[in-house]
Design a protein around this ligand. Structure first.
Ligand code: ADP
Ligand code: ADP
Ligand code: ZN
Length: 213
């Protein structure tokens, strides 16, 4: 099963992708997590990506596509995967499409988690992330058991630099200009499925499993 998660930053793609990965036993692949791990480890790639991420801009396609293709070529992806945050541009989607075509393969579903911009800005301010294991919480909706501490690994939770209101505004603009056209792209292929992302995370997940089962 090969799934793409579409949606604005903060729509809940990551939250749902992790639940899908667990239920269907496929790896969860987040390009954002891969970039953040590289930043944390001080790699060349991380330093390059950070320049764009801090401004709420997309990392250039050349860099992003290479990382993603390397990742999905790994053995654990043979039985499928759930992509979270990739593709984010039409060229990225085309590269993925072509790479899959060469393997006589294709994406099964692109799940669009639909949340209006007004909700997004409120959500992002409350998001808390663990930069150690990638877990994500929300101070009101999905709190960690102990404030500021990751349930999964015990490390500190932070407000990501790019979740500050000024940057969120840029990221939403970038989303509308560069990523939203993918909704049409996958609609035309007949694999787009849209779910209401404003309801409780369990109800969003129920709508997704109804599609996938
Ligand atoms: P969110 O979950 O809030 O949508 P991500 O963790 O997916 O954010 O991405 C954080 C940042 O990493 C993006 O704003 C962008 O700068 C960069 N990034 C992640 N995935 C991609 C991609 N497919 N193409 C270009 N940039 C990306
Ligand atoms: P994305 O990966 O699309 O950027 P996340 O999964 O990181 O989004 O979710 C963004 C924020 O909203 C996080 O703080 C997360 O805990 C919270 N969140 C996710 N799903 C829901 C939901 N259905 N209702 C309320 N808050 C949610
Ligand atoms: Zn953690």
């Amino acid at each position: 099963m090969k799934i793409i998660m579409l949606g604005a930053p903060g729509a809940g793609k990551g939250t749902q992708a992790k639940m899908i990965a667990e239920k269907y036993s496929v790896p969860h692949i987040s390009t954002g997590d891969i970039f953040r791990a590289n930043i944390k480890n001080g790699t060349q790639l991380g330093m390059e990506a950070k320049k764009y991420m801090d401004q709420g801009l997309l990392v250039p396609d050349e860099l992003t596509v290479k990382i993603l293709l390397d990742r999905v070529a790994k053995e654990d992806c043979a039985g499928g995967y759930v992509l979270d945050g990739f593709p984010r541009t039409i060229p990225q989607a085309q590269v993925l499409d072509n790479a899959l075509k060469e393997l006589d393969d294709q994406i099964d579903f692109a799940i669009n988690v639909d949340v209006p911009d007004e909700n997004i800005v409120r959500r992002m301010g409350g998001r808390r992330a663990c930069l150690s294991c990638g877990a994500t919480y929300h101070i009101e909706h999905i709190p960690s058991k102990k404030e500021g501490v990751c349930d999964a690994c015990g490390k500190e939770l932070v407000l990501r630099d790019d979740d500050k209101p000024e940057t969120v505004k840029n990221r939403l603009d970038v989303y509308h200009q560069q990523t939203q056209p993918l909704i049409d792209f996958y609609e035309k292929k007949g694999i787009l499925r849209t779910v209401d992302g404003t309801v409780d995370m369990k109800d969003v997940f129920a709508a997704i499993t109804a599609i996938l089962d």
